[in-house]
Write a protein that binds this ligand. Structure first.
Ligand SMILES: NC(=O)c1ccc[n+]([C@@H]2O[C@H](COP(=O)([O-])OP(=O)(O)OC[C@H]3O[C@@H](n4cnc5c(N)ncnc54)[C@H](O)[C@@H]3O)[C@@H](O)[C@H]2O)c1
Length: 339
């Protein structure tokens, strides 16, 4: 079987993970790495043994054989670099969030349609066994009418995470990061949209409890809404939790049953009581992305790379497509419009 040829743009925490997951996939080949930080070159060459570039355009010119470009740079660069790769006739894997505005996400989709290339959005939490189970439970209508959905995301992101307000660091800057819902919690909004669809009649309050010195935006919020398909919902979120992450959970109250998936990153079934239903044994969830003190979402990037390979080589479907990526951006934009 042919190998799909990848290049990674942005080789920080998550870019290196993409590179590792490409390396271990038998049907994928890592061709090149790109990062503006030339100090990374020696370490990356030692670890991955492929050419390194500091400029996307230069890499694209040097490697016409590249088929897929993974965009793993700061959030504000996702749309423009996706378009640059698409215009060079490459497929794109774009880290979350797909863009920081719906308009930019639309530009990406428009370009992809014009050049007939795929855009794979990274929402790897969907591959976790509890998420797959929830999709099956909700999709097969086991809960009947859905009355309420409540999401709680309570994490710790303190000064160390934001490099104590380092003015050159992108995280914490409104223009480059976009805000807590984009960078920390978009996975959970994706899960909600994937399960229940779009929302309307949004009300929200925002707070900055202890990030005045490190971020230009809120660290906490309470958001209430209705689902277009019926039912009420809410998201309570915070990065102001003392010392370590506390939970990421979703509680669903339906006509014929109620479930709660919780744990630090929606990795444990905490409650399941559904009419005439016996809870199956689920596979163990993989541990979260580990950034030392800070824990992130599920470390499932191998499934993202496998989905690219399966889609391009065996004509399977994209797990998180660009329209879904756009909808999550739009939902966050609509919530933030209430600031
Ligand atoms: N899916 C997930 O669970 C997950 C987890 C962490 C981060 N992310 C996303 O991945 C992206 C990167 O996050 P991170 O934590 O790795 O950040 P990071 O700061 O560790 O890495 C970003 C890298 O991009 C490089 N860069 C900046 N501008 C560039 C440019 N113009 N061209 C090429 N490289 C450039 C930086 O030098 C840096 O090495 C963010 O969008 C973030 O939201 C996703």
């Amino acid at each position: 079987m042919d190998k799909v040829k990848f290049a990674i743009v942005g080789c920080g925490r998550i870019g290196k993970r993409h590179a590792s997951m490409v390396k271990i996939n038998d049907n994928a080949e890592l061709i090149a790495l790109v990062d503006i930080d030339s100090a990374l070159e020696n370490g990356l060459k030692e670890e991955f043994d492929v050419p390194f570039y500091t400029e996307v355009g230069e890499m694209l010119q040097a490697h016409p054989e590249v088929q897929v470009v993974n965009i793993c740079t700061p959030n504000y660069l996702h749309a423009q670099q996706s378009i640059q790769a698409l215009e060079a006739n490459k497929h794109v894997v774009v880290e979350k969030p797909m863009a920081l505005t719906k308009t930019d996400a639309e530009r990406v989709i428009h370009t992809a349609l014009q050049v007939n290339k795929r855009v794979f959005c990274v929402m790897q939490n969907r591959y976790s066994p509890p998420a797959q189970w929830l999709k099956q439970v909700v999709g097969s209508n086991l809960l009947g009418e859905v009355y309420m959905v409540n999401i709680n995301c309570f994490w710790n992101r303190d000064g160390g995470y934001y490099q104590d307000g380092n003015p050159d660091y992108w995280k914490g800057k409104l223009e480059k990061d976009g805000g807590t819902l984009f960078t920390q919690f978009s996975h959970f909004l994706d899960t909600m949209f994937w399960l229940f669809g779009d929302i309307k009649n949004i009300k929200a309050s925002f707070f900055d409890f202890n990030h005045q010195k490190t971020t230009e935006f809120e660290d906490s919020g309470t958001v209430q809404f209705e689902f277009v398909n019926g039912g009420a919902g809410s998201i309570n979120y915070s990065t102001a939790v003392y010392d370590q992450n506390m939970e990421s959970s979703i509680s669903i109250i339906g006509e014929k049953g109620s479930v709660k998936v919780g744990g630090q990153y929606m990795n444990e079934i905490e409650h399941c009581h559904i009419q005439d239903y016996e809870m199956p044994e689920l596979e163990e969830t993989l541990p979260p992305n580990d950034y030392g003190k800070y824990k992130g979402s599920a470390a499932n990037h191998q499934f993202v790379i496998q989905n690219v390979v399966d889609t391009l080589l065996s004509n399977q479907t994209v797990t998180t497509n660009s329209l879904e990526g756009l909808k999550v951006v739009e939902i966050i934009e609509n919530i933030y419009k209430l600031k």
